[in-house]
Design a protein around this ligand. Structure first.
Ligand SMILES: Cc1cc2nc3c(=O)[nH]c(=O)nc-3n(C[C@H](O)[C@H](O)[C@H](O)COP(=O)(O)OP(=O)(O)OC[C@H]3O[C@@H](n4cnc5c(N)ncnc54)[C@H](O)[C@@H]3O)c2cc1C
Length: 389
């Protein structure tokens, strides 16, 4: 849980001292943390590497899901955000057998062992509050559920701007949440294909396997920066960067025998286009992305059986992500730690007693890490006895 240095409380002082003591090994290299939080990915990497190829391999991570280019200040941290899962003991990136839905199914099974009851297709229309205290939720079909504690996994913008009536919230929180940046430029292509892409640059003889499961397509730092330039001025990248992932190489449960699923994550495709409309431009973005894939893996587009392209307004509509932001909000220093999602309410609590936030619009942000939920659960347990039913 982020410590709020702006709150003058004995607990904050004690927690800050304890954190500094535990991290004392960082010692005189502490200034590197400032570099990491403020520098561009390119500047940060240039201290360590000369090769543009190495820099672009790493700077790519700074661009995933971020409305920025590798030369934008603050993007160095985003590399860490994507790679911290590779840290020894963290488990690393991987595929989930059966697709990502298998994770929520596993969470459901685990909860059901403790008597958890799940309602799907039941959007919450209002969080019910009386005298500054939460007492339940009302679903859009009019059903009311009472509870001592409500933990909201919806984006903080949705929670504070749509689900809680404004009279229950301080004006400062409302203006801060309006300023929380969620403008997304990420897009997704879900492809059913006869075969995975066969990359010119990939040599099965050398690697000892037939296809790579995960690839970054971005031939250089300037390429990544130009992709951002287009988005900066309100248009989609004429040459997008792409992450084609083929889970069916390691998971035969996702497609009929011999066929493949190719998930392509890409950037940039701004939530709104300046002087254009996604209903017309989606096909042009698709064309640009497939042209790039064909340049790297000749003939791939001929292998496509069917494809679905999702731009930020689609992600907003389908998953309920404000402006389609895959991480619930930009991952820059001004929107992390004690400022995520808003100053003073970044410890998973809210101004309403018993109402907690547990989504990735809280620290440390998006990615399937489970950390926001884990931290929120710890804070709920801390308050549990104090909260009256
Ligand atoms: C295209 C795409 C690709 C991604 N790729 C990766 C990746 O490769 N690796 C990775 O680690 N992460 C990836 N992410 C990010 C990752 O999926 C998210 O960070 C993660 O799912 C966030 O989890 P969450 O529980 O905080 O929020 P969410 O998964 O967004 O869950 C919030 C839930 O709240 C629901 N909700 C909203 N409003 C209401 C309401 N009023 N009533 C009831 N329910 C409501 C939503 O429907 C949603 O199910 C990707 C995301 C996207 C969109």
């Amino acid at each position: 849980t982020p410590i709020d240095p702006t709150r003058r409380r004995w607990k904050n002082f004690r927690d800050a001292a304890s954190l500094l003591w535990r991290q004392r090994a960082v010692g005189e290299r502490m200034y590197r943390l400032i570099d990491l939080l403020t520098q561009s990915a390119y500047d940060y990497l240039s201290v360590w590497f000369d090769s543009d190829v190495v820099k672009s391999v790493l700077a790519y991570y700074a661009c995933i899901g971020t409305f920025a280019g590798p030369r934008s200040p603050g993007t160095a941290y985003v590399i860490l955000h994507h790679l911290m899962g590779e840290h020894a003991g963290a488990g690393g990136w991987g595929f989930v057998r059966g697709g990502m839905g298998a994770i929520t199914q596993a969470i459901a099974r685990s909860g059901q062992r403790f008597g958890m009851e799940i309602r799907t297709n039941a959007p919450v229309a209002e969080v019910l509050v009386r005298n500054g205290r939460v007492y339940g939720v009302r679903t859009s079909d009019g059903g009311e559920f009472t509870a001592k504690v409500v933990a909201s996994n919806a984006n903080a913008k949705t929670l504070f701007r749509q689900l809680v009536k404004p009279e229950h919230l301080p004006a400062e929180l409302l203006s801060e949440i309006d300023a929380f940046r969620t403008f997304s430029t990420a897009f997704k292509m879900n492809i059913a294909a006869e075969n995975p892409p066969q990359y010119r640059a990939f040599d099965p003889q050398k690697t000892g396997f037939k296809y790579p499961t995960y690839v970054h397509v971005a031939p250089g730092i300037d390429y990544l920066e130009r992709a951002y330039d287009d988005a900066k001025y309100g248009w989609y990248s004429q040459q997008p960067f792409l992450t084609p992932v083929v889970p069916t190489i390691v998971d035969d449960s996702l497609a009929p025998p011999g066929k493949h699923v190719v998930n392509v994550f890409g950037g940039h495709a701004p939530y709104t286009l300046k002087g254009g409309d996604w209903s017309q431009e989606k096909q042009n973005l698709t064309r640009a992305a497939l042209a790039m894939l064909d340049a790297m893996a000749p003939g791939f587009s001929k292998q496509i059986i069917d494809l679905e392209v999702l731009v930020p307004p689609d992600l907003e509509r389908i998953v309920g992500l404000p402006q389609g932001h895959i991480f619930h909000g930009e991952l820059t220093a001004d929107q992390l730690f004690w400022q995520r999602p808003v100053p003073h309410w970044a410890d998973y609590r809210t101004p309403i007693e018993g109402l907690f936030q547990c989504a990735s619009s809280t620290h440390p942000g998006g990615g399937v890490s489970g950390i926001p939920g884990h931290n929120a659960a710890r804070e709920i347990l801390r308050d549990w006895k104090r909260l009256k039913s």
